[in-house]
Design a protein around this ligand. Sequence first.
Ligand code: NAP
Length: 298
Amino acid sequence: MAKIAFLGAGAMGQAMVPNLLRGGHSVCVYNRSIDKARLLEPAGATVAPTIAEAVNGVDAVFSMVIDDNASRDVWTGPGGVLDSAAPGTLAVESSTVSNKWLRELGGHAAAKGLRFLDCPVAGRPDAAAAATLVVYVGGKPEDVEAVRPMLEPMSRRIIHFGPVGTGNAFKLIYNVLGAVQVAALAESMNACEAAGIDLNAAADAFSDGNTGSPHVKRHSRSMATGEHDNPIGFTPHGRLKDTLYGCQYQEQIGGQAKLGYAAAALFQQMIDIGWGERNDSEAIDGLREETRRRNARQ
Ligand SMILES: NC(=O)c1ccc[n+]([C@@H]2O[C@H](COP(=O)([O-])OP(=O)(O)OC[C@H]3O[C@@H](n4cnc5c(N)ncnc54)[C@H](OP(=O)(O)O)[C@@H]3O)[C@@H](O)[C@H]2O)c1
């Protein structure tokens, strides 16, 4: 069983660490604000006040923080992992970060002799708690095999796409498709409302039809009833970050991202009206609010 340093005790870290512990691994948690790390002590984790202490003597370091800036801070910032981890340590970036930064980080980590992998995950905190995440992996085959026993207790499926950067690439493209589905559903449910169609009936019919993806099944119900995930599953801020990383990546590699940018605009609109920390399924309320404000101006 492995000794693991886990950096980031946010919504995902809180749900992932107990499964690593249940899998028999020992886990030392570091979080920028230490109080959140301490919430994992009852599950059996130890807590380190610094990254250097967390990574001392471990087999693997996992990072699960919010974005590029946070990832930079924990890996390459002063006192970060690259200053303190021993060569040969498995270095796993599970956060959803831009592909540009991920590849740069992979280069820095390799130069320090670390065995770097990108292992972003699909699934909300409830899926993480239920150990049903899907992990998208990029890395050398021998490093993937070394990290597999640590990924297995947290996930229902592990997909190795290829070398470093490919797990992140797939995750970013996947996120754009997910964001487009949520935004398009909000627009469709809003249109049903304007057409006088009962929203519960609409949610049933969308879910039962060819449109019935897991996003549509889950979010159409919330949009119809007004009962959204509690605690919040994923915020407009998170959606916007993921969608823009994905759109920028798709353009960078010569693809298009018109629908992705349209979805991003809806999440930006929610942030602009002060709803950035609500649940993403409240996108329908964002559209209702926009209509209300437009009508008030006329
Ligand atoms: N939530 C989801 O449904 C979901 C699903 C799949 C993937 N993800 C991805 O998983 C990652 C974590 O998401 P989450 O939902 O756990 O986010 P979260 O609850 O907002 O937690 C964010 C974490 O990042 C840390 N952080 C932020 N800025 C930092 C900085 N500058 N330096 C060091 N640490 C910093 C926070 O530390 P503090 O506590 O000190 O602020 C916290 O530990 C993200 O990349 C997200 O896109 C999320």
